[in-house]
Design a binder for this molecule. Sequence first.
Ligand code: NDP
Length: 325
Amino acid sequence: MFRAILIEKNADGYHAALRSLEPARLPDCDVRVRVEYSSLNYKDALAITGRGPVVRSFPMVPGIDLAGVVTESGHPDYRAGDRVVLNGWGVGESHWGGLAQMAAVRGDWLVPLPAAFTTRQAMAIGTAGYTAMLCVMALERHGISPASGDVVVTGASGGVGGVAVSLLSRLGYRVVAVTGRPEEESYLRSLGAAEIVDRDSLSHPGRPLERARWAGAVDVVGGQILASVCAAMQYRGVVTACGLAGGMAFPATVAPFILRGVTLVGVDSVMCPRAERVEAWRRLAQDLNPTELETMTQEIALSDVIPAARDLLEGRIRGRIVVAL
Ligand code: NDP
């Protein structure tokens, strides 16, 4: 038997609970993994609470990421004993995921864990941190460098935001952190933020073009904040948009795009091609400061996951949560 969070939807409603399950219930896949750590991401919190339409089939084990050790493999690239990490590909949405002591997954979805990381560190990074790296790589691909000017990061006290602040500052950027939690200023400065901006100052509709402040942006919030960020980009600035913590809407004008040549880059981690994933994990091993990663991280047990999911959606969690299996 193995322990897992199981989400069920039936006549009684939508329920998530900690359960003991038979290994025979795992999906039919070519690799089995003993999960050592998973993590709690925004999407997992939506799945567990049922507050967003994340889960595509029931019953579902949530958990969009995992790190662990291969126990059985029919895939040519993996053998028992290999340390692996998995992000996305619909795991925890349409395929049983990482918030479980065992997982059965497709070998093609796995990335070998970089030697620099323990499985715990890999999940302290998790999908949030890997997505932050994808955003940094997108800024670079579109020509942004520390010499271009300031980079703004929204939702900075959260998971994607914290890793983005830490990575960018280590790479030499001057980082402006946007937060709705002024009490986290010293935490954000410890990750390398040079300036803190109150979320409220970007939360209201403004002019189509504002004072040109930022060369680059990592936005996890969407909604009015993303629109305000776009309006305040410098000429030929680059905005990476990966999240919707503030909503799905995008109440913007085309002015920043047609008058300042701003680029809006969408970042998706779920179906991201394998070569880019491998590169993102290589870059994380090279560029992320492990001490800052630890500062961002708190560890919980599987039995704490359900209340923690509610806390995360209420904005009461700082940084990243790793789940020990
Ligand atoms: P967290 O909950 O850890 O962080 C989100 C942060 O956003 C919060 O800490 C808060 O930061 C800010 N925030 C929350 N609610 C609001 C609001 N109503 N208005 C403005 N700001 C708000 O989540 P993650 O970092 O794990 O994920 C962030 C977003 O990125 C989510 O929408 C998630 O779905 C998305 N995401 C997308 C991926 C992709 O592949 N595209 C992959 C990973 C995540 P503060 O208190 O500092 O203001």
